[in-house]
Every structure is written in C-alpha cells, then in structure tokens.
Design a protein around this ligand. Structure first.
Ligand SMILES: [Zn+2]
Length: 353
C-alpha cells in the first residue's frame, strides 16, 4: 500500500479526496461509510500519508504555501496525482509501520469504543502535534461507540483542534448519532464489483481462475471477506455442506439434529456457512432461468440435478429460513444458537413448516 491507486474500485471517494488535497481544503472530520472490507481504513491511512508526505511535492502544500507553477503545471500533468503520498519518505514510512506519533488509531476495545478512549484522545488533541503537518485520527467502526463515548467525541467535533483531521469509519450513517454525522464530511464507499475482486485474487493472491470467480461473487463486494474465506478452507466446507443438504431427504431426524449441532459448534465459520447455504439455494433457483449466472459454477452438474428436485416456492421458503436464522443470530434474540440451527435444519429438510 502506498498511493490511492492501491485502493480497489473506489473511484469517487478517491477523486474527492485528491481534489480536497489539491485545493488544500481539508475538513476537520470525515465519515467514511460502507460495508466491511471495501477499503475505508486503507484509504484513511493513505490520506494521512498524503497529508504529511514530504517526498514528491512542495513541503508547504498543506500549509497554505504556493506550489511552484501550480496554475499551469498541475492542469497539464494530471495535477491530482501529485497529491498522492510517495510511500518512501520518513513520514510515509512511519505511518506505514504504524509508528507515527501523530497518526492516532482508535478501534473498539471488545464490543465497544469506550469513553476512556475518547477522553484519552481529547487529552492528546489538547496538545500540539509532535511532528505532523496534519495530525490524523482514524476511528474505526465508529458505530461501536457507546452513547457516552459518542457524546464525548461530539465535544471534540464541536471545537475541532487546528492541524487535525478525524476520520470515522462506519457501516452506515444510521448507526451513529445524527449530530456526529452532521459534523463530518461524508464519503460513501461502494461494494467492490465481483470482477475486480476476481482479478485481484488471480493477479495478487495466485488464485486459480475458477476459484477466484466463485469467491469474487461470494464476497458480496468485500475484499477482506474474500480473503477471510480463502483462509477458512471454504471450498471443502462448501462441498461438505452441499453434500449434507443433498442428503437431507433421506436423513433421520437424529442425523439432522447432529448436523445442526455441528454447525452451531463452529461459531467462527457459522455465518460463512449460512452464506454458503444461501448461495447454493440461490443457484438452484437461478439455474432454471440462466445457468450462466450461478455462483458455484464448478458444481454445475450437481446444481442442475438438484434444481429440479424442488419447486421455486420451496427454495424461496428455504432461503427465507436461512435469512431468519442469520437475523436471529445477529439480533438480540433469546434463542440460543443451537436451537436456531435446529429450527433452520428442520425447515431446510422440509420437516417443519
Ligand atoms: Zn512520502
């Protein structure tokens, strides 16, 4: 990671940030929203580097100093690229290694960002930066701020310190206090297109084209999700799940319950397993209308056979069962995971209406 070009398929956010850097109109606070794994944190770090880079531009470019030949030179020679960080100067290297004293990162401690973390930040911000031209505070997963932390942050945003920019990242604005959102320059990050994820998996991660194509579609626009699936041996797990689903009609109730228990025990992979089941059910429907559009295209023959074993109505009902289970696991339900899985498996096996 060095310049903005390393951020995958986020043309609009990058164009906007480059323009702000070029015009030297850096807001005191940004809010980057978008799903997990689309490049929000990477972009925030590159932006912090760009604000402080001394490598490939005039030293004073963020201090109101005039860039030599600005009016003509920049227009002719892709001006915006000039504001990308070099990745090699002392400042860039410190930020890349996480050792810059004025680039402050705040992340949830456990499930929350707590008021103590924001109070400590308030204290740091009351002092001048050590060495940065512009101090940058990156608050990741800002939706994890509890109300007290949110209100403490609001005080900082109401009287922002000089030479400082805060960058909050969150999934969506509705997860934050409206008073925080209204004080930030909001930039939306879009899901990454499957084709882009597929290309990077092949070029940078050494994936076989077939596997990259499936993973590109399975990742739902999140590159980090594609990488985590790669690490979780998803192909074997998917094949095992598909095999079990195909065997459901002939399975005894006791075997179905054992399957449900096995799913519920593997908490780290449970949500991914549910998505794999969902993708399978989706493919069984899609195959009937356009066989080219299935996700699991290495299993076309299995999908062809299975798609005729169910009605579309029955498949939609099974997909609904998976979605309900996903919501119940994420939400504040009193049901335990094992029970949720038992209900799901019974619905998938048509043993429960
Ligand atoms: Zn640099």
């Amino acid at each position: 990671m060095t310049g903005f070009e390393s951020v995958l398929d986020q043309k609009q956010p990058i164009r906007l940030l480059r323009t702000l850097l070029h015009k030297k109109t850096i807001p005191h606070a940004f809010l980057f929203t978008g799903m997990e794994g689309v490049g929000k944190r990477t972009t925030a770090a590159i932006f912090a580097m760009a604000c402080n880079c001394t490598g490939n531009k005039d030293e004073n470019f963020l201090e109101g100093g005039k860039v030599p030949g600005e009016n003509n030179h920049f227009k002719k020679n892709k001006p915006i690229q000039k504001n990308d960080p070099c990745g090699h100067c002392r400042s860039c290297r410190k930020i890349l290694s996480g050792n810059h004293p004025d680039i402050i990162r705040i992340e949830p401690s456990g499930p929350f960002i707590r008021i103590a973390q924001i109070r400590a930040l308030y204290h740091i911000l009351s002092m001048k930066p050590y060495e940065a031209r512009r101090r940058v505070v990156i608050i990741s997963e800002a939706q994890a701020m509890n109300p007290e932390a949110g209100n403490a942050l609001l005080k900082i945003l109401e009287e922002p310190p000089d030479q400082t920019t805060l960058i909050l990242t969150a999934i969506q604005t509705s997860d934050l206090l409206p008073t925080i959102v209204s004080r930030c320059h909001h930039i939306r990050f879009r899901p990454i297109p499957p084709k882009s994820i597929e290309s990077i998996l092949i070029e940078k991660q050494g994936f076989a084209p077939d596997a990259a194509k499936i993973l590109g579609k399975m990742a739902n626009g999140s590159f980090s999700k594609a990488l985590s699936m790669k690490q979780s041996n998803w192909v074997n797990r998917r094949n095992w799940l598909m095999h079990c689903l195909e065997s459901f009609p002939s399975m005894q109730i006791s075997s179905l319950l054992a399957f449900a228990e096995k799913l519920s025990r593997n908490k780290e992979t449970l949500s991914e397993s549910l998505e794999l089941i969902q993708s399978w059910l989706r493919d069984l429907i899609v195959y009937r209308y356009d066989s080219e559009k299935i996700i699991n295209n290495d299993l076309t023959e299995n999908i062809r056979q299975a798609s005729h074993s169910f009605t579309v109505q029955s498949l939609l009902s099974k997909m609904d069962a998976v979605q309900t289970a996903q919501k119940n696991i994420q939400g504040n339900t009193n049901l335990n995971v094992k029970l949720i899985m038992e209900i799901l498996v019974m619905r998938l096996a048509d043993r429960l209406c």
